[in-house]
Design a protein around this ligand. Structure first.
Ligand code: SIN
Length: 400
């Protein structure tokens, strides 16, 4: 017998309510191909009967709070949904790996946590509805532009982004570099789909809204909330394939925690972010192609040639140890540099600083500081919108 948890029951109820009483205001018609949790795109519709009317269809892209009375004592928080496991659904409530990510729409997520109305005036928009491996540069630009637009308004006090956890840190770091506001932005996900026993999404979403509505959260850059921890987008990373405590900030620590329904901050991000960066995406319609190459024994030069031939303007190398490259890999990198491609040395170790050397300066290479390869890629894309000069790009890696 299926024992539905309260998240599931609320979702089922809200889908019904949405269909019966809510006016349909289409805020966004983002192309939204649902994806399986392993990232493969699929056109399979949601099979759980509780959600079958809400599978990321146009009808699910509804601003549910347009009809909600506003409590002027509460902060106004906008939730922008992009998909992921937090919007994931399965026919089995013990299924935490084979479910469909990005299956539920924003109205279902909001209405399933009615407690949010006690802490904020929430309204939502659907930006995309995909598994996060399918978040691309177009979605990043669309999301960031919308956040900048919303936060420029006096009517919005903070933004929460719901997102798949696989690439969540990349989107959060991108936003950390391009959002031009000190108002709180919190990116939130879940490790268990909405249909699972003990799904973590509802409380994560509630906590994220709570943080976004907390005045002390202003000026802290883009934050990530899962498992009651508040992480800085610059420092936190996904460390485990399936555990709910996957997001860790082991070297630099968390910014704070949510505990007993209160938000506690203990640390500040030290690197420049949001309103203090030079990056302006307001007029950008695309970002330069930057690829990541992984260092390993017996590797060659040819992947550099392939990346350059495919249009890469920058390459991040997930080097061994302190960003080391084999002789052949280095030869490929130098050839790429000679053709005008920027090369950043990061590390595959998972933590630590890739230290800058005189040899880097001689070779025109950039070192990633403590940015992991996937975040170094985000910064290099933005850096290349400003300059091709490796020395100047290095200053961005030193500051951000
Ligand atoms: C995804 O990243 O979209 C799937 C996995 C998750 O959200 O935890």
């Amino acid at each position: 017998m299926i024992k539905w948890n309260s998240w599931t029951r609320n979702l089922g109820a809200c889908v019904l309510v949405t269909a019966l009483v809510l006016p349909i205001t289409l805020e966004s018609a983002a192309a939204a191909t649902p994806a399986t949790s392993n990232g493969a795109s699929t056109s399979t519709s949601v099979t759980s009967s509780a959600y079958s009317s809400d599978g990321g269809s146009a009808a699910s892209m509804v601003a549910t709070s347009a009809t909600t009375p506003v409590n002027t004592d509460l902060p106004n928080i906008k939730i922008l949904a992009t998909g992921g496991t937090i919007a994931g659904s399965s026919t089995s409530n013990t299924d935490v790996t084979g479910y469909q990510a990005g299956a539920l729409g924003i109205d279902a997520l909001i209405n399933a946590v009615p407690e949010m109305k006690d802490i904020a005036n929430v309204s939502g928009e659907q930006i995309a509805n995909v598994g996060s491996p399918d978040i691309d540069n177009a979605v990043l630009l669309k999301l960031a532009k919308r956040i900048n637009e919303l936060l420029a308004s006096d009517d919005v006090d903070g933004v929460v982004v719901t997102h798949g956890t696989d690439t969540l840190e990349e989107t959060a770091y991108f936003l950390n570099l391009v959002v031009k506001s000190k108002k709180p932005v919190v990116v939130v996900g879940a490790m268990r789909p909405a249909t699972a026993i003990s799904a973590d999404g509802p409380f994560n979403l509630y906590n994220a809204v709570k943080i976004a509505g907390t005045p002390e959260a202003s000026g802290k850059g883009v934050m990530i909330e899962l498992n009651d921890r508040i992480g800085a987008a610059r420092y936190i990373t996904k460390t485990n394939t399936t555990g709910t405590d996957t997001f860790k900030s082991t070297e630099q620590g968390y910014l704070g925690v949510v505990s007993g329904d209160k938000v506690y901050f203990y640390n500040e991000p030290t690197r420049k972010h949001t309103a203090d960066t030079v990056f302006d995406i307001s007029k950008l319609t695309e970002l330069p192609q930057v690829d990541i190459l992984y260092e390993y024994e017996n590797n060659g030069s040819y992947l550099y040639d392939a990346a350059v031939a495919a249009g890469a303007k920058g390459i991040v190398v997930a080097g061994s140890g302190n960003g080391s490259l084999s002789k052949l890999s280095k030869a490929g990198a130098l050839k790429a540099i000679a053709s005008g491609t920027a090369i950043v040395r990061s590390t595959r170790t998972g933590s630590g600083v890739v230290t800058h050397s005189d040899e880097d300066d001689q070779n025109g290479m950039i070192s990633s500081d403590s940015l992991n390869p996937q975040k170094a890629r985000i910064l290099l894309m933005l850096a290349l919108t400003q300059t091709k000069d490796p020395k100047q790009i290095q200053t961005f890696f030193d500051q951000y």
